[in-house]
Design a protein around this ligand. Sequence first.
Ligand SMILES: Cc1cc2nc3c(=O)[nH]c(=O)nc-3n(C[C@H](O)[C@H](O)[C@H](O)COP(=O)(O)OP(=O)(O)OC[C@H]3O[C@@H](n4cnc5c(N)ncnc54)[C@H](O)[C@@H]3O)c2cc1C
Length: 550
Amino acid sequence: MSDLFKKLESKIDKSIEKGKESLQKSKQFFHGSGGDFHHQQHHVSASNIFGNGGSTNEKAWQNWAGNIYIEPEKIFRPSSLKDLKEIIRKAKKHGKKIRCVSSGRNTWSSLSVTRDYLVIVDRLAKVEVQKSEKYGWIVTADAGATIKQIDDTLRVHNPPLALDSMTQLDSVGASGIVATGSYGVGLEARCVSDKVVSVQIVTADGELREFTEEKDSLEMSAARVNLGLLGIIYKVTWRVEPLFNLRLVDSQPLLKSSFHPAAIKELYSNADSLEIVYWPFNESEFDFTHDKLWVKQWTRHKDDENSSEIANKKLAGQRIRAEYETKFGENQLYKVLVNSPECTPYISNLIWKTGPASKPQDHVLHAPDAIHHQIGGDNVPYEDLEFAFKLGGKDEFGSAIEEFRFIISKIYEYAKQGRFPVNLTTELRFVKSSRSLLAPVYDEDPNAIYCYIQVLAVRKTLEWEEFSSELAARWINKYKARPHWSKHWEYVPGIKPHLHDTLSGQIQKFEKVRAKYDPEKLFFDNESLKEIFYGVPKADAASSVSASVS
Ligand SMILES: Cc1cc2nc3c(=O)[nH]c(=O)nc-3n(C[C@H](O)[C@H](O)[C@H](O)COP(=O)(O)OP(=O)(O)OC[C@H]3O[C@@H](n4cnc5c(N)ncnc54)[C@H](O)[C@@H]3O)c2cc1C
């Protein structure tokens, strides 16, 4: 055993050395030598100054994961409705396209990429609570307000209020999560766009328009998840409810004996939200029969204010620890996974034993604290493939379990050959269908249950793309699965023709609304979406999904 540790120690030392070199390289990478998407515009106008629609002198923008680096012609940070209108006027005058980002930069796909005008709405961050006759308490957030800002405003309101469901990350922006149909904790909550009662968008004619169910149901179902294609989102309004408590319970059952449809159905039926996580190599190096699952259940809890206050204080300590764990030595532990993949089983095991396995939770918390319990998840840039497919038949959860097991068996199959393309978690979450036309879980049947399946690896892990493409192709072929728009999916062979076919009905309806508000395609500046909406050139279509399954 001590030999093994010495070997591991020396590998870590070497890897830290390598890490220093790669840090230098990654600085170059981030500062211009290129991400997966790399659009450069060399002639940055000298007249880029503040004011003027929020025009800045920033030359480049990069997303959080570091796979996108762009140098658009102009970057704007508007701080008023007037600014938004001015940007649109200017773009039309100069024949430029517009794409937007909210506050979080948390999108892996090319949705934010443009050569022309990039509009970053993070200076639009006002949050306002009101009472509506129809919906009760509502919160209206500017496009760039983060979920944390919204949660904090609701919590100190009299009476205290909360959103009933949300993404686990709270640094994301209101317009970013709505435009992409993100989802979160809350089985019945569907995707976060479904609880939206109004979306205010400045459309291509420079007018501010409000989309609501009452005004036009079809237009609202297009506006809920609009991928930035209807204009610049200015404000989003959600229904909210009195602040409530959630009990968050972790359990770690054995994968071998506990992972079957009846067990999952029971977990699902007894919780308001359920997440099943697998951490690779968590109990032994090359034998998954001893591995554990990590199951998280959120359940509404009628408890007095005090117990959640105490739990919140205890959790604060755990959060500090999680921050340090994920930032430790500038993420050196995670960098070892990339630089010395052969160490993966040992490092992964170490992280599990000192991290998740060592502190299973059972807390009653205020809803926002329970929903955003995970801290440090955004300290380590990672690759993320996430697809949704519908569960059905009498073994409702059978297909989700089959696919989860398939991933784990593949991880071990690769490991036996000394290959480690997955070094972070594999995750399953369940939600009911959405009525937002372009949501990955859109369905006419309001009772349909969808599973989201997600696989992660530290950014730039060897063979990640090959491994994850194989999984995606399998889900597309078996279930006509659809990707989470924000995650990584554009490299999957044949995905665009697949989405063109699968979404054709929804796209047709969406297009009627889009063409009405943006006939000149001012906001349609995305190659992937063009291929999905209008079809791909014949040569590309030939690389069909089934051909890519090995
Ligand atoms: C660590 C981490 C955890 C995550 N957890 C979850 C999760 O639990 N559930 C989930 O579903 N997703 C999750 N995500 C994904 C995340 O929700 C999406 O990437 C979301 O888009 C991020 O919000 P943002 O503010 O960063 O969006 P941005 O990246 O800023 O914007 C996304 C896109 O929305 C559009 N857009 C944004 N603002 C506007 C605007 N004002 N007008 C018009 N279009 C606009 C643009 O097309 C833009 O490309 C996670 C991501 C990370 C990095």
